[in-house]
Design a protein. Sequence first.
Length: 390
Amino acid sequence: MSVSSLYVHVPFCARKCEYCAFYSEASDGDIINRYVAALIRELELVAADLKPRTLFFGGGTPSLLNLRQWEQIFGAMDRLGLRGASEWTVECNPATVSADKARLLREGGVNRISMGVQSLDETLLDRLGRIHSREQVFRSFDLLRQAGFDNLNVDLMFAIPGQTMAIWRATLDEALALGSEHLSCYEVIYEEDTPLYAQLHAGRFDVDEDLACAMYDAWLDRAATAGFRQYEVANLAQHRGTGSPPPYCDPEIPDRACQHNVNYWRGGSFYGVGPSATSYVAGVRAKNWSNTQLYCEQLERGRRAVESSEQLSPRARAGETAAFGLRMPAGWPFAEFQRVTGFDLRGEWQADMEKLVAQGWGCLTPERFQLTRAGLRFADAAAEMFLRPG
Ligand code: SF4
């Protein structure tokens, strides 16, 4: 069966943000052109096994690619039969959206934009090392709507050093007033080898976990009043009840949920192309080199730039799938888990579910197991209990 999800990693940013540990580098014209040629080569190598229902261009900053580079990618995708996905997302930085680019993307078949806003407070945007201003957020949002995008995501961050609850509430109100269909929200993570991590360890600020919890709760409560429904720990979406039914038609998942990401959390297969991208096909997880130079060299020799691959045992794979799925408030319908993994969650994992129920983190019904609101706050710890050795 063809794989129906494709992720494309674009490893370039105008400047590196203070907190970022994703694989990306400051851009330069020549290497981007070389990357585009290598990417097209990699798409050629996987196309025969792909019929994308969801496409996701992430990064990095995909919107940094210029019009000519996008046209080259679209041309290759046409030739390879990779267009026509029902959901096609491109991540955009508000500083890199122009009317021409928005139009080109929309006319090229992109129908969902995920905008990395992070904050609407100028001081905090500076603090994070973001290249865009708050004004550029509002302007880009308008440009995208004018170009015909009716499915937009806004990404926000909370627990940023220096962010008070009052600033967070003001950002939430302004972000909700934009009227996006989707809202993602991430707590700042201190990743090693980032400037923010170094500042934390140099004692330049403290982490206030209670404030972070209060901010997360404020986000859920405020967004609920604007009609958003939570469908993953960090993701909310509107349910409009319009258009064709999404492939995952669990009534607990709103129809403006990101279908590409739901496929990850539901244990589906996907190809990932581009430097550092991960694929999961036929039970084998493979990862490309996190090095754009090396990536290009390998593709120029006609082979994929895979750094490592591993085949998990069916039991380990099922445990991992269980763990991913519990990040969704919908949890796991037992029948769906059995269909995806071949295992019954009530066999191997019954004791883990009962333990979570006893501590108030889980809810067990005859149809499904799901985390409670308290459990979702600690979803990583809860999910870890479901992992099994490979
Ligand atoms: S724009 Fe995104 S990918 Fe690029 S450095 Fe900032 S957070 Fe990282």
